[in-house]
Write a new protein. Structure first.
Length: 346
């Protein structure tokens, strides 16, 4: 199993497999109208992290699915990362996962059964850590290895956190450091150190459980997670949903320590170019920012951190919640502002 190179069996990996934002917009259409179902609290209209359907006054079901091709070569680690990434969308709605189903597509003529089993065991391990059953799923024989979950969660309708609820003046808090895409690109090139690999795994498998706790705070106005479209892309979704602008201070953005020198040396994934081509026209970069800094803000974050828009007076409380939950790099990175939806980076 150690001889299997999962990343060599696929053309992309992790959330870098996502269709570029601009092309996705073309596929889905320009207009995203709210669907005519009174109990559908969240649909496709604001590009949120999951669908939410109200069952009654006390309960709403969160439903989401996420799957991708390998970002690492180790089968068990691949399964863990894919599962953590899928469950993150439930946490990003302020919900609590209750069950998951596996999505499995494997080239059975290229991968040994032991490797496929290890991928599934990695997913099971993360579900166990989240306290939920992996209750079933579906499998196919595919040309590239694919793994992920259908994740089902629950939330009180009044505690639901959308990506569209930010207020002008809100502070923006990011839970994890950027750089997973940079580390993954270095891994595929064979230049990632053991310390860099350990940091990639630690970040990408850390469950965003704090989202369930944040749902209890009225001061948390909006919540999302940073994944395939990079920090800028998911912040722009937040801006469009709220009809607001945002400002980022690059010096306040947390960066994974092993990714920083690689980013400065120009290591990056192809998804960064696709992301910037899709939404770069909505970003104003300060003249002093270097190219690597601009690119890092669009870096694909597989199983990235939560991004919260928080009332200014509650920022310290929310930061404390992140850090007590194990997110040592959580930081205030900017604020929401009045204005047309776009992001200014200084």
């Amino acid at each position: 199993m150690s001889e299997v190179k999962l990343t060599q069996l696929s053309h992309g990996g992790g959330c870098g497999c996502k269709i570029a934002p601009a092309m996705l917009q073309q596929i889905l259409g320009e207009v995203k109208e709210k669907l005519p179902y009174a109990n559908l609290l969240v649909g496709t209209e604001t590009s949120d992290d999951a669908a939410v359907y109200r069952l009654n006054d006390q309960q709403a079901i969160i439903a989401t699915t996420d799957f991708f091709m390998p970002i690492v070569d180790d089968p068990f680690d691949f399964g863990r990362i894919a599962a953590a990434n899928a469950l993150s969308d439930v946490y990003a709605m302020g919900g609590t996962p209750i069950m998951a189903l596996a999505i499995v597509g494997m080239p059975v003529n290229k991968l040994p059964v032991t490797a496929i089993r290890a991928i599934l065991q990695g997913g099971e391990a993360v579900c166990q850590a989240a306290g939920i059953p992996l209750a079933g799923g579906h499998s196919i024989d595919s040309t590239e290895p694919i793994y992920g979950l259908v994740a089902i969660g629950i939330v009180h309708p009044d505690r639901l956190k959308k990506n569209s609820g930010a207020w002008a003046g809100d502070k923006l808090i990011l839970g994890k450091g950027l750089g997973v895409g940079v580390l993954a690109a270095a891994l595929k090139k064979g230049i990632l150190s053991a310390a860099g690999y350990a940091q990639l795994i630690a970040s990408a498998t850390q469950l965003n459980m704090v989202g369930s706790e944040l749902s209890g705070l009225n001061s948390v106005h909006a919540l999302t997670d940073v994944t395939g479209f990079g920090l800028l892309g998911h912040l722009l979704e937040m801006c469009h949903g709220a009809g607001l602008a945002a400002g980022l201070q690059f010096g306040q953005v947390p960066i994974l320590s092993e990714a920083l020198p690689l980013a400065q040396q120009g290591s990056s994934s192809g998804a960064i170019d696709r992301n910037l081509a899709s939404y770069g026209h909505e970003v104003d970069f300060a003249a002093q920012l270097q190219d690597w800094q601009r690119r890092l803000l669009a870096d694909t974050q597989t199983s990235g951190g939560l991004l919260a828009a928080v009332a200014p007076g509650a920022a310290d409380e929310v930061l404390a919640m992140f850090r007590s939950s194990g997110f040592a790099q959580a930081a205030v990175i900017g604020e929401m502002r009045q204005g047309a939806p776009r992001v200014a980076v200084s």
